[in-house]
Design a protein around this ligand. Structure first.
Ligand SMILES: *Cc1c(COP(=O)(O)O)cnc(C)c1O
Length: 385
C-alpha cells in the first residue's frame, strides 16, 4: 500500500533549522527578538503596507484586530457563514455575536448584494450608530474572508463600509501572496489578518500577523498584544492580552518568507493542473477565479456539480482508500452548535458548496508524479459512475 498523499503539509527544507539554532545560541527564544521584528516587516511588505503586529495565532490576531477596531460586548459583526470557525470565534471572544451572510456562487466570498440588502433592510440608525433592528445590537464591523486564498470583492465592500461608517477587518488567514485588482491586500481594509498555522502556505509553526492600512489601529493592536503595558514599571492602562509571537515561531516564519514567491507559484501551478485536467470531466467544476482576484491558491480541488450523480462522500472515501487525502471543507458556521441561534440570512450557497467540495492534495512539494496519480485516480473514479 502506498503512503498517503497528504493535503497540505509544511515545507521546512530551507533556512528554518539554522534560524532556530540562532535563537537558541542567542538566548532570544521568547516574545522579544530580532526575528519577530523582521517577520513583521517582511509580512507587512508582502501585504503592501508598512506595519505588522505578530501574534501567536491567526485566531488571536483576529480577536486582537476586532478589539482594536472597537468591537465591544453585545455588538454584532458581519461575517460569511462559509468560513473556518475561528472567524466566528474571534467575534465571540469579544462577547459580540456574528451576523451570518451567504457567499456568492461565483466567488465563494461574502455576497456583496446580500451584504447591501441586509444593511439596507435590517438595520436602522439609533443615536448615531447603525443597529441590527431585530436584536438591537450595534453593527460594529464587516469581516470579509479571503476564501481559500481568493480575495473577497473589496471595492464594493469598502464602499458599503464607508457608507455605514464601519471598519473592515479582513480574515486573510490563507491569502498571503494574493492580489485584488493587481494590488496587494493590506491597503484594502483597516486591518487585515494572516495566519501562519502549519497547514497554511507559509507557516511559523503557528502564529498570525495583524496588518492593514490604519496605522493608529495597528499601534493599538500592538499595545494590546503585550498586556497593554506602559513603560517598564508594570503599569498597564487597559485589559490587554498576552498574544505576542515568540522569536522561535518568527525564526521559522522568516525562513519561510524567503520562499513566499516560490510557494505561491507552486500552489498556483498545482491548482492550474487540476483545473486543466479535471475541470473538463463530466459533472466536475473548478474553484472560482473571479476577475478581480489573483488567488494565492492555498488549497485546490474540485466541486461536484451534480451530487445526485456523483456522491461527494463516496468519492472522498474511495480516494482515501487509494492513498489520497480528499477532504470536505469548512462546515458552515450556522451548522455549528455554538452558532445555531445567531442572526443569519438565508445561506443556500454556503451549504451547497460545503456539501460538494473535494479538497485534493496540494502541498508545495507535491511532485508531478504524485499529482498525475491523483488526476488519474479521480478521472478513473468519475468515469466509472
Ligand atoms: C487558518 C484560518 C484561521 C485561523 O488561524 P489559526 O492560525 O489557525 O488560528 C482563521 N480563518 C481562516 C479563514 C483560516 O483559514
Amino acid at each position: 500500500m502506498r503512503e498517503l498523499i497528504q493535503q497540505a503539509v509544511p515545507n521546512v527544507s530551507g533556512r528554518e533549522a539554522q534560524n532556530l539554532m540562532e535563537c537558541i545560541r542567542s538566548g532570544y527564544v521568547s516574545s522579544v527578538g530580532p526575528f519577530v521584528t523582521e517577520f513583521e516587516q517582511r509580512v507587512a511588505a508582502a501585504a503592501g503596507v508598512e506595519h505588522g503586529v505578530a501574534t501567536n495565532s491567526g485566531t488571536t490576531g483576529l480577536h486582537l484586530a476586532l478589539v482594536a477596531a472597537g468591537v465591544c460586548r453585545d455588538d454584532i459583526v458581519i461575517i460569511p457563514s462559509f468560513t473556518f470557525i475561528a472567524t466566528a470565534n474571534a467575534v465571540s471572544h469579544c462577547c459580540a455575536v456574528p451576523w451570518l451572510i451567504d457567499i456568492d456562487e461565483s466567488s465563494w466570498t461574502l455576497s456583496v448584494s446580500m451584504l447591501e440588502k441586509c444593511l439596507a433592510c435590517e438595520t436602522e440608525k439609533r443615536n448615531g450608530h447603525w443597529v441590527h433592528t431585530a436584536t438591537g445590537r450595534r453593527v460594529a464591523a464587516i469581516m470579509p474572508v479571503h476564501t481559500l486564498g481568493s480575495p473577497a470583492d473589496m471595492g464594493p465592500i469598502s464602499d458599503l463600509a464607508r457608507t455605514y461608517g464601519l471598519p473592515v477587518v479582513a480574515d486573510a488567514a490563507a491569502a498571503l501572496g494574493a492580489t485584488y485588482r493587481g494590488e496587494k491586500l493590506g491597503p484594502f481594509s483597516e486591518l487585515t489578518v494572516f495566519s501562519f498555522n502549519g497547514n497554511k502556505t507559509i507557516t511559523a509553526g503557528g502564529g498570525g500577523i495583524v496588518t492593514g492600512r490604519d496605522s493608529e489601529l495597528l499601534a493599538l493592536a500592538r499595545h494590546l498584544s503585550t498586556t497593554a503595558r506602559v513603560g517598564d514599571e508594570y503599569h498597564h492602562d487597559r485589559v490587554g492580552f498576552n498574544y505576542r509571537m515568540t522569536n522561535l515561531q518568527a525564526a521559522v516564519g522568516c525562513a519561510q518568507m524567503e520562499r513566499l514567491d516560490e510557494f505561491v507559484s507552486s500552489k498556483r501551478r498545482i491548482a492550474a493542473r487540476y483545473n486543466d485536467s479535471l475541470g473538463q470531466l463530466p459533472c466536475i467544476g473548478t474553484f472560482p477565479a473571479p476577475t478581480w482576484s489573483n488567488s494565492a491558491c492555498w488549497l485546490s480541488g474540485i466541486v461536484i456539480q451534480d451530487p445526485h450523480r456523483i456522491d461527494p462522500n463516496s468519492l472522498r472515501s474511495r480516494l482515501r482508500e487509494r492513498g489520497i487525502s480528499a477532504r470536505q471543507f469548512w462546515k458552515p458556521v450556522h451548522l455549528q452548535p455554538p452558532y445555531r441561534d445567531v442572526p443569519r440570512a438565508v445561506l443556500p450557497v454556503s451549504e451547497s458548496i460545503w456539501q460538494r467540495i473535494v479538497i485534493l492534495p496540494c502541498s508545495t512539494d507535491l511532485s508531478v508524479e504524485q499529482q498525475d496519480y491523483v488526476v488519474e485516480t479521480v478521472t478513473d473514479l468519475i468515469n466509472r459512475v
